[in-house]
Design a protein around this ligand. Structure first.
Ligand code: MSP
Length: 653
């Protein structure tokens, strides 16, 4: 395997229905990584596809009065259309009904059978058809599927079983030896406890329906749909084929991006199938959270399924991609609402980024005849801007290396916002009035255009429609060296003398009044039968509902801005920092559990928000007179600080 090879996959989606915005999330993440790695010179292979067999699809087709293949053909076409509209740059789309896939599934099963890891017995237990999952009586929650909460069916039939249990120890060792195999770490821990709880052999064939790949040594059976589906990751690479160069090149450089509900299949069943067949396991599995809407998970029966096509029509693919990647907290669930989407759009895209471009273009045209001239001597303000620009590419790289899409975008926006502040600070309109300041003006305009160039290179993987539009305005279409990631190193990749051409606003502001009267973006379809309803699993119900309080109840909490005067570690307490803070005329001691996230030095001088009327509490012998507010996002913790300069003591409400 060459060093710079990157193989990224999405789950293959069930063509039982059209896809919704939650599905678009995984695929957008995968596409962003694929584009980013390409930009960094990797040889990338990006795979997506459709999971077309199984009882669920067979039933759906029957309900629609169609043959299964005719049924899925229609839906798969809508997947491909969605990916085209969303600018998804996959290299291959695998369908599990294709002969190239079916051959590999059969060969893999035969191989594992021949070596004695598959045996025939009788399956007696429960089956969740929507999830295509077997459950034991003990695993059910109130008699329903523990994953989706829907009713399960009793199944008793002759089946082939795969000796998962035999490989449990080996898998556990593999997971322990490879700390980055399962991310985020919370999912890794869940999987470790699941395996330690004991693995049962897996039923891998069915006889009570026939929409599947026949078991090669016993064609009365069809292969269990998850065994079939997981194999797509190697069948698409031509595993075992006469021409298997893709497999040899890309496997196992794989990152499987999946939703949290299917991490178990990818980190337990899939690696064990591969181990049994003597194939290396994938390198990484990242399990993201769900995108929830008002009312929890999207479901047809609730009528809250958000159709990404409609959103793309309304706001454009780049804005949808930006929203998904920016709004999902790392590894945890996120929320979609059209208001939140419009808010992100107007604030981050129209205001921050779009305005930076249009203001800069307008100033270069008005004050400098539309030409970006070479900068002259650098001043401290310029150095501040450049210092941030120098940090951001590394931050983006580190964040994406860890699948922290929101953090990567936040890092880029730090530069966008610094540049907006730079405009206010340098006031080019004032410089333009004084001919003696001509060189200073040119320097400022150059630095702004250079910042936009750098930002645009970095946002390209997230919003692939953006770069071409900016390059046209900046006049950089024909200067490929100025568009590469490498050109971010150092300042000044933008060739002086470039002529700009002001264009349409990148992201025209959305006037929310215009929204009134428009249909909410949900797929209005006749409610499905109650059995098709996806109930919210217990864990997510907890996350989705927070008790309502009145404004008076909220007012009882005294939130105040405090300035940190001093900070030190608390002896014998790894997590605690002792802060001396100033709240107006008052000084207080506050103990905060933030030592793992902040160094004491970096806190001094920061303005934070504290709960000032919390009953004092003694922590490690220190009386803490308040609590510091912080946002917690998976593994990240960020102190809440006022966004503009305000005096300590100021009320927060
Ligand atoms: N066919 C299987 C995957 C086989 S992969 C070898 C499957 N398909 S699915 O269509 O039901 O779901 C595919 C993916 O979409 C899963 O990763 C699931 O977590 C994800 N999502 C479904 N609804 C989602 C949200 N509301 N939010 C985020 N992801 C969502 O499972």
């Amino acid at each position: 395997m060459g060093e710079k090879v990157f193989y990224v996959t999405t789950p293959i989606y069930y063509p039982s229905d059209k896809l919704h915005i939650g599905h678009a999330l995984t695929t957008t993440m995968a596409d962003t990584l694929a584009r980013y790695k390409r930009l960094r010179g990797y040889d990338v292979y990006f795979l997506t596809g459709s999971d077309e067999h199984g009882q669920k699809i067979q039933r759906k087709a029957r309900e629609a009065g169609l043959q299964p293949l005719a049924y899925v053909d229609r839906i798969v076409a809508t997947f491909q259309e969605l990916w085209r509209r969303l600018n998804i740059s996959y290299n291959d789309f695998i369908r599990t009904t294709e002969p190239r896939h079916m051959r590999v599934v059969q060969e893999l099963l035969q191989r594992i059978y021949d070596q004695g890891d598959i045996y025939k017995s009788t399956y007696e237990g429960w089956y969740c058809t929507p999830c295509e999952t077997f459950w034991t009586e003990r695993q059910l929650v109130d008699g329903n599927c523990p994953d989706c909460g829907r009713p399960v069916e009793l199944v008793k039939e002759e089946s082939y079983f795969f000796r998962l249990s035999k490989y449990a120890e080996r898998l556990l060792q593999y997971i322990k030896d490879h700390p980055d195999f399962i991310l985020p770490v919370t999912r890794r821990n869940e999987m470790i406890s699941f395996i330690e709880g004991g693995l049962e052999d897996l039923c891998i064939s069915r006889t009570t329906f026939d929409w599947g790949i026949p078991v090669p040594m016993d064609p009365r059976h069809v292969i269990y749909v998850w065994f079939d589906a997981l194999t797509n990751y190697i069948s698409a690479l031509g595993y075992g084929a006469a021409d298997d160069h893709l497999f040899r090149k890309y496997w196992p450089a794989a990152v499987h991006l999946v939703g949290k509900d299917i991490v178990r299949f990818h980190t337990i069943i899939w690696p064990i199938i591969l181990m049994a067949a003597g194939i290396e396991p994938p390198r990484q599995v990242f399990g993201h959270g769900w995108l929830l809407v008002d009312g929890g998970k999207m479901s047809k029966s609730k009528g809250n399924v958000v159709d990404p096509m409609v959103l793309i029509d309304r706001y454009g693919a780049d804005a949808i991609r930006y929203f998904l990647l920016r709004e999902m907290p790392y590894g945890a669930d996120g929320y979609y609402s059209e208001d939140a989407l419009i808010n992100r759009y107007n604030t981050d895209l129209a205001n921050d980024f779009g305005n930076l471009l249009s203001r800069t273009m307008a100033m270069i045209e008005r004050f400098n005849g539309g030409v970006i001239d070479a900068p002259a001597a650098s001043e401290p303000l310029d150095e501040e801007l450049k210092a941030i620009a120098a940090e951001v590419p590394g931050e983006v790289d580190a964040a994406l290396g860890n699948f922290e899409f929101a953090r990567a975008l936040a890092a880029i926006w730090r530069l966008v916002n610094r540049a907006n502040k730079y405009i206010e600070e340098t006031a080019p309109w004032a410089l333009a009035k004084d001919p003696a300041k001509k060189q200073r003006l040119q320097t400022v305009l150059y630095n702004l255009a250079e910042t936009i160039r750098q930002v645009t290179i970095m946002v390209g993987p997230f919003m692939p429609g953006v770069p071409a539009r900016v390059w046209e305005q900046l006049g950089l279409q024909d200067t490929p060296a100025a568009l590469s990631w490498e050109s971010l190193a150092g300042w000044g990749g933008l060739p002086a003398g470039t002529r700009v051409r002001r264009g349409e606003p990148l992201f025209p502001r959305i006037e929310t009044n215009a929204q009134e009267g428009e249909e909410p973006v949900t797929v209005a379809e006749t409610p499905a039968a109650p059995t098709a309803e996806k109930a919210t699993p217990a864990a997510d119900r907890k996350e989705a509902t927070v008790e309502e309080i009145t404004i008076d109840e909220f007012a009882r909490i005294n939130l105040r801005v405090a300035e940190v005067l001093a900070a030190e570690k608390v002896a014998n307490a790894d997590k605690l920092l002792k802060l001396e803070v100033k709240v107006g005329d008052e000084r207080r001691t506050v103990v905060a559990g933030i030592a793992r996230y902040y160094q004491p030095e970096e806190l001094v001088g920061k303005k934070v928000v504290i709960v000032a009327n919390l009953k004092p509490a003694k922590l490690r012998g220190i009386v803490s007179q308040g609590m510091v507010l912080a946002a917690v996002d998976g593994e990240t913790l960020s102190l809440v600080t006022p966004e503009r300069a305000v005096q300590d003591g100021a009320q927060v409400r």
